[in-house]
Design a protein around this ligand. Sequence first.
Ligand SMILES: [Zn+2]
Ligand SMILES: [Zn+2]
Length: 458
Amino acid sequence: MTEKGIDVGLIAKTDRPKGSIAFTNARIITMENDEVLENATIIIKNNKIEAIGASSEISVPANATVLDVNGKTIMPGIVDAHAHIGAFRAGLNTKKHWQLYANLAYGVTTAHDPSANSETVFGLSELVKSGEMVGPRIYSTGFILYGADGDFKAVINNLEDARSAIRRTKAFGATSVKSYNQPRREQRQQVMQAAKELGVNVVPEGGSTFFTNMTMIMDGHTGVEHNIPVAPVYKDIVTLWSNSNSGYTPTLIVNYGGMNGEYFYYERDNVWENEKLLKYTPRHIIDSRSRHRTKVPQEEYKNGHILVSETVTKLSNAGVKTNLGAHGQLQGLGAHWELWMLKAGGMSNMEALKAATINGAEYIGMGDEIGSLKVGKLADLIVLDENPLENIENTNSVRYTIINGRLYDTDTMNEIGNEAKERGKFYWENNKYNQAFPWHEQTQSFSIPGCSCYALKH
Ligand SMILES: [Zn+2]
Ligand SMILES: [Zn+2]
């Protein structure tokens, strides 16, 4: 246990844009209960929401940038509670991290990465926070508290070990830790006790072992990451889980006990032709995921992610808070697939949208700041061309993304509004071949050690 260290003092200012932006005549899904405002106006001042309500009752400041968004729908930005955002490099990043742009372009304004390289992910988080980089808000566990052998094993054999591991992780900037593959229940309970003392959330993963998942709920974990490997569920599980405060991030996009949900969309859609996605993702990454697609009889999905999603709905109806987690399978667009898959199990559009916004915000401990549209909250919101309450797939019509009060046109990811700024080129737009190559991307988000879906997918 290390008790002494050297403070490395580096202080930077938090980025905050100046000026007002007004969106008028919108439909606004506030995510405050089931509230939907028609013909409404929202005013952003600097990085916060200053006013929201009926257009007839809100006066727009004279100096505001005004966008009349008649016919469009505004909702909070998507909170991806299980987002692997390409933070497994050894500390160095490109200045324009494409994963972050892809997420913003698809409306993901907060990413919680529950398994990442601590140096990389907290570096990214701070660079975004200070305005040096453009991206969603980033929260993370940093390195997982991994119980199995490996180069980053966290040895926890008593409460002091657990306190030491969590103190260290908290000092990096983590607000949550990932407890994973600590084989004995008492070890997992030591993590819980230390986390409680230090005020840190614990997001564990059961690694497809059902009884481990159940003890995680009994022991008061913040939630369960990845689906439990049993479906359907009956009254015993529903009663246990709904009487706890543990949330659920089922990541249907990868799936224990059946086909990974993402294959459904690779099969259905020609993802490699998606022009918007190609603007923000190196082509070889999309090609290698989507062109050689898996084809299975449709009942494989019915008995796979859809069956799991039905259990998620059952738990959700009983009061278990469900979160959207897209697992870094396909940056940006993957979050929409996850949202649609939540709906596919029977959830209402509104409940699925809550899972994508306010539930995730509360899960990561940020519910007072983000996740719904309310005066005083941070200005993270998206403007959609189509209404997702009519058709859930309309979530994929993000026209503008506003992150921390900065307004981006998702066609270009240029900042527009009060402090207009063009996006520079991505590194692959800058070389003589005008493309990226696999060796540019050291480690892809889908080969994450310490996420058992690593094993699932190979
Ligand atoms: Zn993961
Ligand atoms: Zn995983």
